[in-house]
Design a protein around this ligand. Structure first.
Ligand code: HEM
Length: 215
């Protein structure tokens, strides 16, 4: 850990390359460039359902933790929006039509484990998903709306109605990261967990590309 560097800056610096390989995964590139199909998009939303169900169940447990609770906000909650998107995209029996891929299951198991035992690890997973959704997620939303003609139905996951200014929200979130009283060893562990979260996302994109190519 560099002396004096705010934790949020160190975190961003040390995860930059991994972020790039995650958003550079073929599955994501195809979706972003317009090559991905509506079914590709739906398959990603379906995996999000399992991931956010785990993160938001962990958030409920972590409400009583003094460190983790500072990051938890009902304004971030995504599960109801994902459920509504899947109902719109797949119909009322959407839950019968989806299943977690192996990487998703491993991701869910990890989130569930740290969400029950380790506040720093929980914050790592919380940060990786929600700050990403408030950043690149907004670019993805615009492209999906353009390509598939969605208004709000189908992309509700990306719409944070109660966060008018994502930049302000993210700045506050980073200030909260900087304010936590973690020592250098714990900060390193948290950064490692963020790297792991990125890897789950990248591997999920790889698995989705294979699953959809085989379909
Ligand atoms: C095509 C896909 C993606 C694009 C285009 C993209 C783009 C971006 C951009 C432009 C930012 C910077 C925003 C800012 O400075 O405020 C950002 C930040 C971020 N992204 Fe992504 N991203 C993508 C995928 C992902 C994925 C898959 C994850 C992880 C699940 C992720 C997690 C994050 C996080 C955590 C940040 C915040 C970094 C920080 O400021 O601390 N992104 N993304």
């Amino acid at each position: 850990m560099s002396v004096g560097l705010p934790f949020s800056v160190a975190l961003r610096d040390r995860t930059r390359t991994t972020h790039e390989s995650s958003n550079g995964a073929w599955f994501m590139q195809d979706l972003m460039s317009g090559k991905g199909t509506r079914d590709d998009y739906i398959s990603l939303v379906a995996q999000h359902y399992f991931i956010y169900r785990a993160i938001e169940a962990a958030a409920e447990r972590m409400q009583s933790d003094p460190v983790a609770s500072a990051f938890i906000s009902p304004r971030l909650t995504r599960l109801p929006a994902i459920e509504a998107d899947l109902s719109f995209l797949l119909g009322d029996d959407w839950l019968d039509q989806i299943a977690p891929l192996p990487t998703t299951q491993r991701y869910v198991d990890r989130v569930t484990l740290v969400g029950a035992t380790w506040p720093g690890g929980f914050v790592a997973h919380h940060y990786t998903r929600y700050l990403g959704d408030l950043s690149g997620g907004q670019i993805i939303r615009t492209l999906m709306q353009r390509k598939f003609g969605f208004q709000t139905n189908g992309v509700g996951f990306f719409l944070f109605d109660e966060i008018a200014k994502p930049k302000v929200f993210k700045d506050t979130y980073r200030a909260q990261l900087d304010a936590v009283d973690w020592d250098d060893a714990e900060r390193d562990r948290v950064i490692s967990e963020v790297l792991l979260a990125y890897r789950f996302n990248t591997e999920l994109f790889e698995e989705l590309a294979l699953a959809n190519a085989a379909a």
